[in-house]
Unconditional design. Structure first.
Length: 624
């Protein structure tokens, strides 16, 4: 996930540069490992830097650019020197690395070698390797590791063939497979050309000029009149007009919407909390995670990142907190594929005391890629001779750099301390990993086909839960409970643990999760009419046993909420139902977890807790 912005402007109090930098600072929640801008002077003025936006501002100030600091500080008011960034039109980008580590060279905008065009891109170009080969054969040299750099080269090649700017842009876009929101500027030309396919892009209609951006916060302080582009649409954004067209070039009449937001809430896209925003981002995060990784026809998984990985004799997961729960989920997936697997709380892992050799695959599941306990465990595994794999969200993080292999979960930046979308993306990536490893063990295996089909439907399933969830009203009945219990079996057991962790983290209420069968071995003593029990019941996995556990807690007076894909059979046994769509048993708990995230969120909201920053907790725990 990255953030893009563009502004084609007329007369205004602040400069194009200021508008671009303000926009980028409101988009930093989409990525913050590098940033850059291009102003459409002749020649193009381009500056880009690794690191947070402030590094770009420093570089611009050093270039002599005149602008007020994007955070309202005076620190970065540039000099009076001749200002090469003072033009009417420009584009900007804040990056969340997917191809190539954060660096000045990999930062956007990317330009053609002769500076004939500059491009910013959010998304993933799946066929960039083929395009790179083709362009290299035509003499184009590549400076970065990114997928994006093919785009300016494609545009440049069309321009050399005589196409006008917009035709060249369209022809280049036509060659791309994958997801993109792309904007391009040309030297000395006031119009920005944009295209959208499966990455967000919105246009802002201002009084003195027009904007484009990944999200409304980028320009909300200048205008609340917006036009949302749909997949397959193009736009030409000039200082005085915005024209939208479809793939055939026919002009499309778009409705203009008025956004009713306080600019203060900008980074949260109008949501009260990052956590809620990130919960709603899960369909998008999962689409990004799956992109290009399931082969449509063969129904097999393609993870080129694992090239060279030998078939392991056993797999050990090491992780903390929410990521540990993802590890438990992965362990179950592997075990059912016949691969021995075990999960360890990273702080308890000691490779020297375990059967670990070069045939053991040790997987560090870590959103941040920096958690000290997980890094210690991975380093121990490396020393013991194991093969290590980082399953992480952060490109070039410590885990990514130090492990033998890395699989990115592609969830995009997660700001809220409580992990939500990263857990879903970890579960999905682990599902792909389990299938890939099983395919290695038995290439003829077709057992995974239904699983993969349902993973592809997962974003829609989650969307339907987000649209229809009654979690908020269910929670109203339990504002004053003594404790909250969560139970589930098989694939759902780790989600029961995660449901309890989420609730205790952000509500400060006592919550516990158990494998459903464990209740009667002790925790049942705590169950009363003041302890609601949330039971995850998948219709296709041992429903009757979990219903038996439900009956046990009901006999002690506890109210029961079932999170289930079988309301017809389960509903009559419980007090409340949080429904999820019917799906594969290994996919159902991923959807069920979304209902539990909403339970925790709405309870914390009703209790007026500081949801994004729970007391005593930090997003990345880098101490042992
Ligand atoms: C819970 C949460 C933590 C993290 C844990 C590991 O909401 O966020 O429990 O899951 O600190 O962090 P990573 O995954 O970055 O290693």
């Amino acid at each position: 996930m990255c953030g893009i912005i563009g502004y084609a402007g007329g007369e205004s109090d602040d400069t194009v540069l200021e508008r671009l930098l303000n926009g980028l600072s409101n988009l930093e929640y989409r990525g913050y490992d590098s940033a850059g801008i291009a102003v459409a002077n002749a020649p193009l003025a381009v500056e880009k830097r690794e690191g947070e936006l402030v590094e770009l501002e420093r570089a611009l100030a050093a270039d002599g650019a005149a602008f007020n600091g994007s955070r309202g500080s005076d620190d970065w008011i540039g000099s009076d020197a001749a200002d090469s960034f003072d033009g009417p039109t420009g584009i900007g980008h804040t990056r969340w690395s997917t191809h190539g580590p954060p660096s000045d060279v990999n930062a956007h905008p990317h330009t053609s070698p002769n500076g004939s065009v500059a491009v910013v891109h959010n998304g993933i170009i799946e066929n960039y390797r083929e395009l790179r080969e083709e362009l290299s054969a035509d003499g184009y040299e590549f400076r970065s590791d990114t997928d994006t750099e093919v785009v300016p080269h494609l545009i440049d090649r069309e321009r050399s063939g005589g196409a006008d700017r917009f035709a060249a842009f369209r022809a280049a876009i036509d060659r791309l497979e994958g997801s993109y929101a792309i904007a391009a500027v040309f030297p000395g030309h006031e119009t920005i050309y944009v295209a959208r396919h499966e990455s967000p892009l919105v246009l802002g209609l201002g009084e003195n000029g027009n904007f484009l951006a990944s999200d409304v916060p980028a320009f909300i302080e200048y205008t609340n009149q917006v036009v949302y582009l749909d997949d397959g649409e193009f736009a030409a954004v000039s200082p005085s007009s915005v024209t939208v067209s479809d793939e055939s070039g026919a002009v499309v009449e778009k409705s203009v919407e008025t956004i009713d937001w306080d600019p203060e809430d900008a980074g949260k896209s109008g949501y009260d909390h990052y956590m809620r925003k990130e919960i709603t981002e899960q369909p998008r995060a999962i689409r990004d995670c799956l992109r290009g990784r399931i082969e449509e026809l063969g129904g097999t998984v393609s993870l080129p990142e694992l090239e060279g990985l030998e078939e392991p004799s056993a797999v050990q997961f090491v992780a903390c907190g929410t990521s540990y729960h993802a590890g438990l989920f992965g362990e179950r997936l592997l075990q059912r594929q016949g691969i021995p697997a075990q999960t360890f709380v990273a702080s308890e892992y000691d490779a020297d005391q375990l059967p670990v050799d070069e045939e053991t695959l040790v997987v560090g599941v870590t959103q941040s890629g920096e958690t000290a306990d997980t890094m210690r465990a991975l380093r121990g595994a490396n020393r013991a001779g194991a093969t290590t794999l980082a399953l992480t969200n952060v490109v070039a993080s410590s885990a990514a750099r130090e492990c033998d292999h890395v699989l990115y979960i592609r969830a995009g930046p997660e700001i809220s301390v409580a992990a939500t979308k990263s857990f879903a993306s970890q579960q999905v990536t682990l599902s792909l990993l389990a299938t890939a490893l099983a395919d290695t063990a038995d290439p003829s295996s077709s057992a995974s086909r239904e699983h993969l089909r349902e993973l592809r439907r997962l974003p829609d399933h989650i969307q339907s839960v987000l649209d229809d969830s009654n979690a908020r009203s269910v929670v109203e009945a339990f504002l004053e409970a003594d404790a909250y219990f969560f139970i589930g079996r098989g694939y759902s057991a780790p989600v029961a643990l995660e449901g309890a962790l989420k609730l205790k983290e952000i509500t400060y209420r006592h919550a516990e999760g158990f494998p459903a069968g464990e209740l009667k071995h002790g925790p049942l003593a705590l169950v009363t009419e003041a302890t609601p029990v949330f039971a995850i019941v998948s219709g296709r996995e041992k429903t009757s046993a979990t219903i038996g556990n439900v009956t046990e807690v009901q006999a002690r007076g506890a109210p029961v909420v079932a999170v289930t894909d079988s309301p017809a059979t389960v509903g009559s046994h419980v007090d409340y139902v949080l429904e999820v769509p019917e799906t594969h048993p290994a996919v159902m708990p991923i959807v069920a977890n979304v209902q539990l995230q909403l339970v925790a969120y709405w309870l914390a909201d009703a209790l007026d807790r500081p949801i994004d920053k729970p007391r005593n907790l930090a997003k990345s725990v880098t101490v042992l």
